[in-house]
Design a protein around this ligand. Structure first.
Ligand code: SF4
Length: 67
């Protein structure tokens, strides 16, 4: 069975750099305020999502993985 991936973005931190939406466009989208919004469920592999999370310059993205 596949794992469930849940992501969240801290909007107190997100500066709208668009790095996550560039790396993982099927997991993050920009909202009308220009901040990243998780796409639920994300349609990217966990590796790509982690890369997007690690690429965030302000560490605004939390990734949770569960069975
Ligand atoms: S990479 Fe981080 S700061 Fe940039 S849009 Fe995504 S969540 Fe916001």
């Amino acid at each position: 069975m596949g794992k469930t991936i849940k992501t969240s973005v801290d909007h107190h931190k997100c500066v709208g750099s668009r790095i996550c939406t560039a790396i993982a466009p099927k997991a993050f989208a920009l909202n009308s305020e220009g901040q990243a919004q998780p796409i639920d469920p994300p349609h990217e592999s966990i590796d790509v999502i982690r890369m997007a999370s690690e690429g965030c310059p302000v560490s605004a993205i939390t990734v949770e993985e569960s069975d």
